[in-house]
Design a protein around this ligand. Structure first.
Ligand code: OAD
Length: 244
């Protein structure tokens, strides 16, 4: 019995001919590693928690201990998981083309752990801690307690982007530049709801670049993508790569 997934020759031809690829990834790509997504109805982090309290500068100011505790919990969770077949497929893809850029909204570092070398982190990285006053990187050992900046005494905070904050300019510019040069853009495991990340595949569409989406659910991007594959990234991506 032929159990191969069917992708359509047009998509396979485009991917076979693509030498510059950008993969925009979201929480869905880490879901199969055991990292909860944000907006999935049952298990999503924002189903039980209020993002305004945990992921805004105002929430941090109001209750830094609570915010720190939540990020310490997530960091411990992330430290206990491994990259899944989706991360590995993307890392392997990088070796097969001239340029492969992962642009990620994830803060878990799992793409790098899987071996991807060109990773642009749009929302920071949960493993790093910065001074909440001047945003300088703090070299601290995580023991669960909230650190203070050794230079100015301000509270340490995770080096992640919160709602209402600017994205790292360099990463965003590099992502835009990679998209402008891309032969294909893939939007993987993201609800395509959070800006400015969600605008990157739209920019690709405006430039006439084919966009492929992989997501078990429909998103605002689905209707505009060249192809929107309904499936889990960890199932679809290794199979897709195998058929190229
Ligand atoms: P969301 O939680 O908004 O969306 C996750 C998406 O992954 C959904 O569309 C799911 O259908 C899809 N999904 C679930 N399991 C999947 C799987 N196995 N394979 C593929 N897709 C799957 O997460 P993001 O789009 O990443 O920002 O959210 C964007 C930003 O909003 C996050 O970076 C975070 C959040 O608030 C900050 O914390 C600043």
């Amino acid at each position: 019995m032929d159990t191969k997934m069917k992708f359509g020759e047009r998509l396979l031809d485009i991917l076979r001919g693509a030498d510059r690829i950008v993969a925009l990834t979201g929480a869905g790509v880490s879901a199969e590693s055991g990292v909860p997504t944000f907006r999935d109805a049952q298990q999503g982090l924002w189903a039980d928690e209020d993002p305004l309290q945990l992921a805004t500068p105002e929430g941090f100011e109001a209750n830094p201990a609570r915010v720190w505790e939540w990020y310490a919990w997530r960091r411990t969770l992330i430290n206990g998981v491994q990259p899944n077949p989706a991360h590995h497929a993307l890392a392997a893809w990088e070796h097969r083309v001239g340029s492969f850029t992962v642009v990620t909204q994830n803060v878990d570092g799992l793409h790098q752990k899987a071996g991807s070398r060109r990773v642009l982190e749009l929302h920071g990285n949960i493993h790093r801690t910065i001074c909440s006053r001047d945003w300088e990187l703090l070299a601290i050992k995580h023991d669960g307690s909230q650190p203070r900046c050794p230079r100015c005494g301000a509270l340490g905070r995770p080096d992640v982007v919160w709602f209402g904050e600017m994205l790292p300019v360099q990463a965003l510019n590099d992502a835009s530049a990679a998209i402008a040069q891309a032969d294909v853009v893939m939007s993987l495991g993201t609800s395509s709801l959070v800006q400015p990340a969600a605008s990157l595949p739209v920019k690709a569409l405006e430039l006439g670049i084919p966009v492929l989406e992989v997501n078990p659910q429909q998103t605002p991007l689905s209707a505009h993508a060249l192809v929107s594959l309904r499936g889990k990234a960890g199932d679809v991506l290794p199979e897709l790569l195998m058929q190229l």
